[in-house]
Design a protein around this ligand. Structure first.
Ligand SMILES: NC(=O)C1=CN([C@@H]2O[C@H](COP(=O)(O)OP(=O)(O)OC[C@H]3O[C@@H](n4cnc5c(N)ncnc54)[C@H](O)[C@@H]3O)[C@@H](O)[C@H]2O)C=CC1
Ligand SMILES: Nc1nc(O)c(N)c(N[C@@H]2O[C@H](COP(=O)(O)O)[C@@H](O)[C@H]2O)n1
Length: 221
């Protein structure tokens, strides 16, 4: 399985403002790039914090790209995957609509009634971990389900945990032309933070796009 993390951040490294509401950082050309990355993926993963903050659809928006997927025998949209230890995804969340398959990764601590509600909405549940989703086990289950190219779109808590678990192969960031500031604003990698064993990255490309820059890194093994 190949895991690519893609996120947009302000010039000061924030994914959003301290109010954690959805905010546009990318320009039109970057959203097209993200659309192509989605179209080349089997699954798109987010944390439930992102679902609660943004209610994303995580679908491929450009018709041409959707056609490309159909020609290649892939479903019109990649599967959507939510890391959601306590099964907090609202039943009316856009990720549970009919546009694509949806997987919810939960822990054993997720209440049974919440799990049933999500299953009733058509989600496939994967249980891994006692209190928090065990990402190594959950991603192994996704691989077993046939997913090869996996894209992660955030947020900062999930991205940190994926780096911590050694699951990230590539990191792509769009750095936009704005400053959010705020010590409580989400950054690219939040969680506990590393004090040793920092992931080491190799820069693979730098591209000027819209009024910002796309930085692509591979994670050293
Ligand atoms: N600019 C961008 O590209 C993006 C911005 N965002 C922003 O990020 C913010 C949401 O990010 P966060 O609050 O960090 O939430 P998040 O999206 O990273 O979700 C965190 C939640 O994931 C669940 N989870 C399950 N297993 C986990 C594990 N092993 N490790 C970590 N989390 C696990 C937990 O319930 C945890 O509360 C919002 O403000 C959103 O707008 C989100 C995605 C992309
Ligand atoms: N690439 C990118 N640029 C931005 O400026 C953004 N705010 C985000 N946010 C991510 O995209 C999700 C929304 O997806 P839909 O348009 O609803 O499909 C949002 O939840 C973030 O993960 N990304």
């Amino acid at each position: 399985m190949h895991v690519v993390v893609n996120a947009a951040m302000s010039a000061d490294g924030k994914l959003s403002t301290r109010e954690r509401t959805q905010i546009v950082i990318s320009g039109e050309a970057d959203f097209d790039r993200v659309d192509r990355l989605r179209a080349d993926s089997d699954a798109i993963v987010v944390g439930v914090g992102t679902v609660l903050a943004d209610d994303p659809s995580l679908t491929v928006t450009a018709d041409a790209l959707r056609d490309t997927r159909i020609e290649s025998d892939r479903p019109a949209n990649p599967a959507r995957v939510v890391a959601d230890s306590r099964a907090r995804t609202p039943v009316d969340a856009s990720v549970l609509d009919d546009a694509a398959e949806t997987y919810v990764l939960v822990s054993e601590a997720a209440p049974v009634d919440r799990r049933s509600a999500l299953a009733d909405r058509g989600a496939t549940l994967i249980t891994a971990g006692a209190d928090r989703v065990d990402l190594l086990r959950a991603f192994a289950a996704l691989q077993e389900a046939g997913f090869r190219d996996v894209m992660v779109e955030g947020g900062g808590e999930l991205i940190f945990s994926l780096f911590d678990a050694g699951l990230v192969d590539e990191l792509i960031t769009y750095v936009g032309s704005t400053v959010f500031g705020g010590r409580d604003a989400p950054t690219l990698a939040d969680g506990e933070g590393f004090v040793t064993g920092f992931p080491s990255l190799s820069l693979s490309s730098v591209e000027r796009l819209d009024d910002g820059v796309v930085l692509s890194w591979t994670v050293d093994r």
